[in-house]
Design a protein around this ligand. Structure first.
Ligand SMILES: Cc1cc2nc3c(=O)[nH]c(=O)nc-3n(C[C@H](O)[C@H](O)[C@H](O)COP(=O)(O)O)c2cc1C
Length: 216
């Protein structure tokens, strides 16, 4: 990886902090009344260099490509890893998450590909979803007819289209029925999975400052 022409690599590795930023975009229609997503988000937010954003609070009236697209694209470009966290609603994502895809990813990959989409490619990407039903409902031929992976396929296709390495999704079942202890355990597991993911992918890479600068 090209870091800079005039300095030896070891110097730059010392000069550039190896701490990288993980951005969790949380799409819950009403986080104040959430148990599961609120608990997961609170555990994740305690990890170093992890930021959680409540997108519903930022965009209570929806998100718009021309008004909000640039701000959200920059947010992505300034991050080293992206998590989309949300409750499953009607076998799909909450409407604001779909609106975010339409506004932000359309801008980055169809309108400003050279300066934004191309720069975003390669950013590791994870989905963290909560579901009310039991795991057994989400099997082929089960009560919900499809596996969770099948229902998440549109997001996986999006990641593929945008060149974002896809991580195994974190899925919490029976999310609205868990005891306080079970919820604590799930939040602990979520934080542990995030930590492993962060440590295992780009965490030890030195970022290319020229490329990031060009994206802004
Ligand atoms: C409008 C709506 C639709 C839902 N659809 C589904 C669904 O398709 N499958 C499912 O397993 N749970 C469904 N649920 C349950 C939620 O996924 C569950 O309540 C949520 O993940 C719990 O997380 P929270 O405590 O953060 O709100 C739905 C809930 C609502 C309000």
């Amino acid at each position: 990886m090209v870091v800079g022409a005039s300095f030896p690599c070891s110097y730059l590795k010392e000069a550039i902090p190896l701490m990288t930023k993980t951005l969790i975009l949380l799409f819950h229609p009403d986080l104040a009344n959430s148990k599961a997503n609120a608990a997961l988000a609170a555990a994740a937010a305690k990890l170093p260099s992890v930021e959680v954003l409540d997108m519903q609070v930022i965009y209570p009236d929806g998100i718009d490509l021309s008004k909000d697209g640039e701000r959200e694209a920059l947010r992505l470009l300034e991050s080293d890893r992206i998590v989309l966290q949300f409750p499953i609603q009607w076998y799909s994502t909450p409407p604001l998450l779909k609106a975010w895809q339409d506004a932000v990813l359309t801008r980055m990959f169809y309108i400003a590909y050279e300066s934004e989409g191309r720069m975003f490619e390669g950013t590791p990407f994870m989905v963290a979803a909560t579901a009310g039903n039991i795991p057994d409902a989400y099997r082929s031929g089960g009560r919900n007819m499809f596996t969770m992976n099948a229902l998440l396929a549109p997001l996986q296709a999006t990641a593929h289209r945008c060149g974002l390495p896809w991580a195994e999704p974190f899925v919490l079942y029976q999310a609205d029925k868990l005891s306080a202890e079970a919820l604590d355990a799930a939040a602990f597991e979520y934080a542990a999975i995030l930590k492993r993911w962060i440590a295992g992918s780009k965490a030890l890479w030195v970022k290319e400052p020229e490329l990031r600068g060009a994206a802004q």
